[in-house]
Structures are given as structure tokens and as C-alpha cells.
Design a binder for this molecule. Structure first.
Ligand SMILES: C[S@@+](CC[C@H](N)C(=O)[O-])C[C@H]1O[C@@H](n2cnc3c(N)ncnc32)[C@H](O)[C@@H]1O
Length: 210
């Protein structure tokens, strides 16, 4: 993260990892680093939490590389635990997963991959007015993401915080991006299940490459 960039995520570490998960962090995670030189298009999920949706993406798109970015170590460790067998070997159906265990903005600077899909499910809403600057989906960030879409690519954003939903649509409009707000049927992530915003359902914004 560059000095002037505002931190958009909360804590990086939660409770102490089990010995198995710490082993996976030390030994498997480095092998799953995204390639900086791969010129194929890929799929990106930003802030994958515990990775339940990222795993769905990997299974649904076996010929695509699916990159997940998440700075919360316990989330990364949860994903590693779910994509490996009892002998800590990567399950074959998840061989297309790559993990960036840090701020996505760093990898977007370092890696020039174009994306068919960019997913952002339940970005931290930072509901207090004084924290608004910590929201990830600022106009400039949406522009950056849109510039990284492959032809026909799309950015899919979902949030159960309807105030943040309205705010993001305003930022997308300010950036003159083409977007729709369809109803989507997507797996319920761990954060969604908490329903901290106490709304009836998530709302979605799909930004198209124009
Ligand atoms: C509210 S949680 C939602 C997690 C997951 N998508 C879900 O629905 O369960 C938001 C996640 O975004 C991550 N995040 C925030 N800023 C980020 C950034 N700049 N790069 C990558 N991930 C980020 C946080 O660490 C956090 O895990």
C-alpha cells in the first residue's frame, strides 16, 4: 500500500491459527502466488473473506485462473484449509486458484492481467460518515478496475448495506461507467449471513466494459 493510500480494511489478524493452517500459510500459500507475467485473462475476487464464493468461481471456471485478494490472514487460512485434503495437498479442482494475501491495490499496480470478471462481495461499508474515505469503491478505484476489464468483462459488486449501494452507484455514475442493478442469485457468504446492515437482501451493481 502506498503511503498516501487510505486503509480500506479492518484487522489483518484474528485468533491464533491452528498448526495445520499455519503450515498451509507458510508452505502452500507461496506456491499459489499470482503470476506477474501471465498474459491470459483471469477472474478476480476482491476481499474474498473466507473464500466460499472464490471456491465456487474456481469450480465454475475450471479453465480460468481465479485470483483472490484478501489481507485478513485468518480468511486466507480458512480458504487454504478448504482447498486442501487431510495431507495438506491442494485438491485438483482448486488448482486454478491463486491467492494475493494483501491489499488488492498493490497487485493491480504490479500485475497487468485483464479480467473477465471482477467480484467485490460485501465490501466493508464503513457506515460512519467520518470513515467514508475508507470505502474501497471510490470513483478512482472503480475507474482503475474498469480499465482492467477484458472485452465484455464486468465488475460485479454486491452489498447488503443499501446506503453503500446508493453511494457506489453515485460513484459509478460520476465515473461515467455503464452499469446495471440486476437481482442476482449468488451464494450466501459468511459476511452476508451476519446481515449486519439488517436489510432484506443484498443489492448488486454490474459495471460493463464500455
Ligand atoms: C465485509 S468483508 C466481506 C468478506 C466476504 N466477501 C464475504 O462476503 O464474506 C470485506 C473484506 O474485504 C477485505 N478488503 C478490504 N479492503 C481490501 C483491499 N484493499 N484489498 C483486498 N481486500 C480488501 C477485508 O479484509 C474483508 O475481509
Amino acid at each position: 500500500m502506498e503511503k498516501q493510500e487510505i486503509r480500506t480494511f479492518g484487522r489483518r489478524h484474528g485468533k491464533k491459527l491452528s498448526a495445520r493452517k499455519q503450515w498451509l500459510m507458510n508452505n502452500l500459500l507461496p506456491a499459489l502466488a499470482p503470476s506477474a507475467t501471465d498474459t491470459n485473462t483471469a477472474i478476480l475476487e476482491i476481499g474474498f473473506g473466507a473464500g466460499e464464493h472464490l471456491r465456487e468461481l474456481a469450480l465454475a471456471n475450471p479453465t480460468k485462473t481465479v485470483i483472490g485478494a484478501e489481507p485478513f490472514a485468518n480468511g486466507v487460512a480458512a480458504l487454504l484449509g478448504a482447498i486442501t485434503d487431510a495431507d495438506n495437498r491442494l485438491l485438483p479442482e482448486y488448482e486454478n486458484i491463486r491467492i494475493w494475501p494483501d491489499d488488492v491495490r498493490i497487485i493491480l499496480r504490479e500485475n497487468k492481467t485483464k479480467f473477465d470478471q471482477i467480484w467485490v462481495l460485501h465490501p466493508d461499508p464503513w457506515p460512519k460518515a467520518r470513515h467514508e474515505k475508507r470505502r474501497l469503491l471510490q470513483k478512482e478505484f472503480l475507474e482503475l478496475l474498469a480499465g482492467r476489464l477484458a472485452p465484455n468483462g464486468e465488475i460485479i459488486i454486491g452489498t447488503d448495506h443499501w446506503g453503500y449501494f446508493d453511494w457506489i452507484t453515485q460513484r459509478a455514475a460520476e465515473a461515467s461507467l455503464v452499469f446495471e442493478t440486476p437481482d442476482l442469485d449468488i451464494i450466501r457468504t459468511r459476511y452476508q449471513a451476519k446481515n449486519m446492515a439488517e436489510t432484506t437482501a443484498p443489492k448488486y451493481i454490474v459495471i460493463k466494459n464500455s
